[in-house]
Every structure is written in C-alpha cells, then in structure tokens.
Design a binder for this molecule. Sequence first.
Ligand SMILES: [Zn+2]
Length: 358
Amino acid sequence: MDAKDEPEHRPVIRKPATGYWFEDGNVVLSADFGSAKKKGSPTELLFRVHKSQLSNHSKIFNDMFGLGDGMEQSSEMFQGVPLVHLHDSALDVKIMLAAIYYPLTLISIFDGNAKPLAKAIMLFRMLKKYDMTELMAEFIPHLTAKWPNSLSGWDRREDHIDMVIEDAQRDEMDATQEPEVYVPKTITITPDPVAAILFARYFDLKGIIPVAFYDLSRLDIEDDFDDPHCSGRPAQWSALPGLNYRSLLRGRERLIDQARGMLRMHSQKVPNHVKACMPGCAARYSEAFVLAMRLEEGNYDILRHLRHFASRYGGLAQDGTSHIYMQGGPCPSCCRELERGFKEVREAIWNKIPSVFR
Ligand SMILES: [Zn+2]
C-alpha cells in the first residue's frame, strides 16, 4: 500500500446534511460519515444549525456555546460560522437533531417494533449523552403507551394486535396462492417485548418491564425475529441477555400457579345464592373454575385464557331466557356470577404481574 493511499493523506470530503442546513444557522456541526465510496476518502456530514436551539435543549451545548465570543476566535470557521467537530457518528448526530427540529417524525420509532426501537435506543443514547432530559421525557409516553399499566389498556392493546395480525394475514393470503410460501409479516407490525425490555433496562424505565415480560412469556421461543418463516408473533429471542430468561421462566410459572390457586379457591367456595339456585347450578359453577385450571400445554397466556372464560359465561348470561340451562349449563344468573368470578381472578392476576416479573 502506497503512503498516498493511507487515510491521513486523503482529503476529507465535507457534505451538508439534507434538511439540516439552515442559511441562518450560526454554528456548523461536523461528524464522521464513514468513507466515501470511491477512493475511501473520509467523509464528514455538516449540519448548519442554531446555537440557541441546541442550548435550549442541552446543558452540554449550552455550556459549550456559553463560553462566549472567544469561541469564534479560537475555533475553526466554515463559511463564516464556527465549526464544531463532534465525536459521534453522523447518523447519531442526525437523529439527535431530528429530535430538536423534526420531533414528530420520530414518534413512530417508539411504536415498539424491534427495528425502529433500535433507532430509539440510538436516539436516547445521544439525548442522554448531551443531557437533553426534557426531550427524552417528551418521547417516553409514546413508548409506555404500548406497554399499558392497566388491564383495560392491556385488553385494548390485545384487540389492536389481533386486528393488525388478522389484517396482515388476510392481505398476504390474498397476495399469494401458494400457502406454503406464506410468510407472516408480524415481524414488522407487532411490538417486540425483547426490544422493550432492553430499552427499559438501559434507560431505567422500570414501569414497562413487567408488562413486556408478561407479553414475552406467552410467546413461543421458536418464533424468532431472525427467522422469516416463523408462523407466530416473533420476538428477538436471541437478543435477550441470559439473566432475563430466569426472570421470564420463574415469573411465568409463578403467575400460572397463582392463577390455579385462585381458581381452585373459587371452585371450592360456591356462594350461598348459587348453592340455593336451581339444581345443578352449584356443581356447574364449581366445574367451570376447575375446567379453567387446565391450560393446554405451551399456553402461558393466562390473561387471554381467563378473558375467554369470562366472556363465555358473560355471553351465556346475556342469552337470558334461552335454553343454556336446559342444555346442561348454569342458569343465566349463575353465568353472570361466573363471569364476575373470572373477571376477579383476572384482575388479581394482572395486579400480580409487577411482583412476579422483575
Ligand atoms: Zn343458577
């Protein structure tokens, strides 16, 4: 290799960054953008922005620019304004500036899907580095909204995910006549709990960790994010650090055990008005809870399981005058009682999630 080919002998190529070159900007930030394609010359992206914008959002920039006019004299100039080289990649700088100048364009990266969340991690690292805590706080609700802290919020999220998956599967079935090449696109459309756990641990957002763990606990480990042929809802299993598997498995078992315990208790404590109801109501009431204690193998989605039982008996209760009782079911009034019982267990299980998954 000739000396002239070595990187230090190649001229730096400087390019203005599209969307970040403001004619009235009073500082130019530069950041490395790798090497240009041809001869491998180092390339820098230049961002002509406003000191006041950076200072408003960042204590670090505020201190940097607050050093006064001396900066203009001591630093390198570019087209009449001071040039500041940042030791970050151009992509990192760009996403940080997007948070200041175009924040709405970044909201979708907090949707919870795996790849955009990697971008969110990149953004938050930069915001943290430059002490832009207020900006971070503005983005956090967009993420936490995907990991609700109430059971009703969780149910709305479930309905939404079910709908999104159904739509995607219908579209894909329409698009291909060969079912064997059918590949679900759930990879890109459903929130990834592993990404959420990593994000939450990194940035200390403890509130979303238990819900993300619960979400992950009912997914199949065979459905990996990296496998384009997985048939279920995928997660980035391979990205989950080892220690988390213990929390995951332990929490999953504990939650199921607690649910079984509660269901058993309900099956044994038949309310007096059910005992005094029509013949057979008490036995059927008890049987319903015993039946719910059985989960098919591999099913760890206890919330969905209990929701199914609650809505089943709620539906029967609404049937009112029909012949459910005649067909061997409990009377409508006892069905209503069962619905209440299943909802109660479900609410209790939801409340246990933060203590079992940590
Ligand atoms: Zn009854």
